[in-house]
Design a protein around this ligand. Structure first.
Ligand code: C2E
Ligand code: MG
Ligand code: MG
Length: 394
């Protein structure tokens, strides 16, 4: 089967022609259409790793309808969305793309830069060619609940720690604990492979307990070495349904003579969607016992502002999807700016996650963000490497 075919749908014939020529120049096969209905008549099976450059504004069948139809087909192409409308329309289309689980390469406002499109296509096709074996290998991994139980009981899990620094001074303010699994067959697995399997199979309570114990032991070790490091731990929605959690945690910290102030629990916005009264009860008691609470991935969930105000959060973490784009996207920058203002108005510390370069850090500095976390500062590392990082950054 043909690889990397680029399909084009745009109601302007000149545009289809122009794009086809440019894409052919970089050695990729193209099939152009000025009507979406003809596209669906003619293309029943998509070429492997194909791409569709799709105009959203078309008189007959518009781009949104095309996306909906693609979603029900096998192996749909990855999309480059194009629109002559304002950025708001493109954003909504991006969201729809995500909801339909279609792969989005980029969304672009007209007038188009042919050079820019070719660059994107080159990057994408290069990726699909070189990473294929990796993708096949990793997507074949299916984790079963019993494997997770074994991982917990055999201590196959490992905690990694990612430094967080004060934006103004670069000083370490804390670390986020992120779980990994040293799997006997598949190697080091990221949480994306197993957290939701654990959540769906009633194992997240056990898993979180293991993680909290590991973090508490680590904290104790650091304390004995004369370091006091604030650690953030991610907890899932199911963890805040257990009414005894605050007492258990508080006892664990007391038994280990640890200051509850050094532990931050990160909860995502969507975790608050369920039984709000129960989670509010638990979260409030956790705060009363001195632990700190952070709202993670802020901006991606659906919590209302009044919910945010009800829960006694001490920290707001702006999602990396916005932070990563503040240098190139004015709307992302406006969202980050607004989150910082909102957090500060509600007396929260504001953390930006996903800081990947100096430019982003500088922009955050100008916007008055408190703390930064991301690959530019450090990737998540093992306990040993963290100590080395701290010594180098004193
Ligand atoms: P999260 O809590 O939002 O964690 C941040 C994620 O972003 C981590 O991915 C981290 O490695 C990654 N990251 C950090 N800096 C950058 C950056 O500059 N660029 C990019 N692209 N990514 C960055 P990770 O470790 O794969 O974890 C993914 C998610 O899995 C976490 O998102 C969290 O929701 C969940 N998770 C991780 N560890 C735990 C855990 O111990 N317990 C629970 N319940 N969930 C966990
Ligand atoms: Mg987190
Ligand atoms: Mg996050």
């Amino acid at each position: 089967m043909l690889q990397n075919t680029v399909y084009l749908i745009d109601d302007e014939p000149e545009m289809v022609e122009l794009l086809s020529e440019a894409v052919n120049m970089i050695g990729l096969e193209t099939r152009g259409f000025t009507q979406a209905s003809v596209f669906f008549e003619q293309i029943i099976v998509f070429a492997k790793d194909s791409v569709l450059i799709l105009d959203l504004n078309m008189p007959e069948m518009d781009g949104i309808e095309v996306m909906r139809r693609l979603a029900s087909m096998d192996n749909p192409p990855a999309l480059i969305l194009v629109s002559g409308h304002d950025a708001g329309v493109l954003h909504s289309a991006e969201k729809l793309c995500e909801a339909h689980e279609l792969e989005l390469i980029a969304s672009l406002a007209k007038p188009l830069s042919l050079e820019g499109i070719c660059q994107l296509l080159k990057q994408y096709t290069h990726r699909t060619l070189i990473d294929e074996s990796e993708i096949v290998k990793s997507s074949n991994i299916r984790i079963t609940p019993s494997e997770i139980e074994r991982a917990i009981s055999h201590d196959e899990l490992v905690m990694y720690y990612q430094p967080q620094v004060a934006v103004a001074t670069g000083m370490l303010t804390g670390v986020e604990a992120l779980v990994r699994w040293q799997h006997p067959e598949h190697g080091l697995l990221f949480p994306g492979y197993f957290i939701d399997v654990a959540e769906k199979n009633d194992l997240i309570g056990m898993l979180t307990q293991w993680i909290i114990r590991a973090v508490v032991n680590q904290e104790k070790k650091w304390q004995e070495q004369g370091m006091s490091i604030t650690v953030s731990v991610n907890i899932s929605a199911e963890n805040i349904t257990s009414l005894t959690l605050p007492e258990q945690l508080s006892k664990l910290l007391e038994d280990n003579k640890l200051d509850p102030n050094r532990l931050v629990l990160e909860v995502t916005e969507s975790a608050l969607m369920g039984e709000l009264v129960t989670s509010l009860d638990i979260l409030t008691r956790l705060r009363l016992k001195g632990l700190k609470l952070s709202i993670d991935d802020f901006g991606t969930g659906y919590s209302s502002l009044s919910q945010l105000h009800k829960v006694p959060f001490t920290e707001l973490k702006i999602d990396k999807s916005f932070v990563g784009k503040i240098s190139v996207d004015d709307e992302a920058r406006a969202i980050v700016k607004t989150c910082i203002m909102l957090g500060h108005e509600l007396n929260m510390k504001v953390v930006a996650e996903g800081v990947v370069d100096e430019e982003t850090l500088e922009k955050l500095r100008r916007l008055g963000c408190d703390v930064a976390q991301g690959y530019y500062i450090s990737r998540p590392v093992t306990e040993e490497k963290l100590v080395v990082w701290i010594k180098e950054h004193l």
